[in-house]
Design a protein around this ligand. Structure first.
Ligand SMILES: Nc1ncnc2c1ncn2[C@@H]1O[C@H](COP(=O)(O)OP(=O)(O)O)[C@@H](O)[C@H]1O
Ligand SMILES: CC(C)(COP(=O)(O)O)[C@@H](O)C(=O)NCCC(=O)O
Ligand SMILES: [K+]
Length: 265
């Protein structure tokens, strides 16, 4: 039975299994395999309040003898799910928290408040860059989730820090909730310089502002580290990939990949 990897974000709890090449289990995600990514199988992606999350913990989870998790939230809900869940008696549960960090892998000045998803996404991207891209420099990693992070890890695997900006949904929610006559819009970026409807004006100001800010932050980091590969992951990675001014590689499994590499699995 493979290890179950859990990445608990602010909006979604994601769960995945990894099949090492030697198992002979073919590409579970052909898109990812085509990108040279390793063999991940997403077994669940549930919001915290979704019934399916509890269903998973009271059923499916009983198949695993080894569970590894990273969470950016106060773990009490997760602790309850694990305590009341259908876990095997001998199941080993590993929580990858701040105790993983040291001066050898993190130069962030406030490591105790670092979101561990940021660290593992970078570690995963660095590993894939070395493995498939034969790249020997650092990596710039964006996790476009509830918040959007733009982080840098150097070629030696030291997490340096980065930008935390509002996520795409957060940007849209803000404009929607702050003014009576503004509203939620479909995720689409019109290309007119002068938007001529309310909807296009809002879309340009939210999704356009998001991508302009993202491109500007990335450019600034690249000015310091020109030999850097850019990776994107998270719920809104596709939007960034489609609108980035730079060449990026999209991989949905970076956090999982980083957890796996850290554990040497
Ligand atoms: N059905 C959806 N519900 C909520 N957010 C969604 C949905 N589909 C895409 N998103 C976008 O994905 C983001 C969450 O992505 P994810 O990477 O899973 O975040 P997190 O790791 O913070 O839980 C949201 O902020 C939103 O912009
Ligand atoms: C920045 C984050 C909110 C991103 O989490 P996400 O949006 O992916 O759920 C999370 O990594 C976090 O809570 N970080 C703490 C602050 C820090 O990293 O310095
Ligand atoms: K995340």
């Amino acid at each position: 039975m493979p290890t179950l990897f859990i990445d608990a974000g602010n909006t979604f709890v994601k769960m995945a299994e990894y099949y090492p090449p030697e198992t002979g289990i073919g590409a579970v995600d052909p898109d990812n395999a085509a990108r040279g990514g390793s063999n991940w199988n997403l077994v669940g992606r549930f919001r915290w309040e979704q019934q399916e999350l509890e269903v998973f913990f009271s059923g499916e989870i009983g198949r695993y003898t080894r569970i590894v998790l990273v969470s950016v939230r106060n773990n009490s809900r997760l602790a309850t799910l694990l305590r009341d869940g259908n876990l095997q008696k001998n199941a080993a549960v590993t929580v990858l928290d701040h105790s993983v960090l040291s001066k050898h892998n993190c130069s962030y000045k406030t490591p105790k408040t670092l979101g561990m998803d940021r660290f593992f996404a970078c570690a995963g991207a660095l590993n894939l860059s070395r493995q498939y891209g034969r790249h020997s420099g650092g990596v710039l990693v964006t996790d476009a989730g509830t918040a959007c992070t733009i982080d840098f890890m150097n070629e030696s695997g030291v997490f340096a820090g980065g930008v935390i900006m509002p996520g795409l949904r957060m940007m849209s929610d803000t404009i929607n909730s702050g003014a009576e006559n503004l509203f939620e819009t479909r995720l689409h970026l019109p290309d007119a310089a002068i938007p001529d409807t309310t909807e296009k004006a809002i879309q340009t100001g939210t999704y356009g502002s998001f991508i302009h800010a993202w491109n500007a932050h990335v450019e600034k980091i690249l000015n310091h580290y020109p030999q850097t590969l850019i990776w994107v992951t998270g719920g809104d990675a596709g939007f960034i990939r489609d609108h980035s001014s730079f060449k990026v590689t999209h991989n949905p499994y970076l956090v999982f990949e980083g957890m796996r590499i850290y554990l040497g699995k």
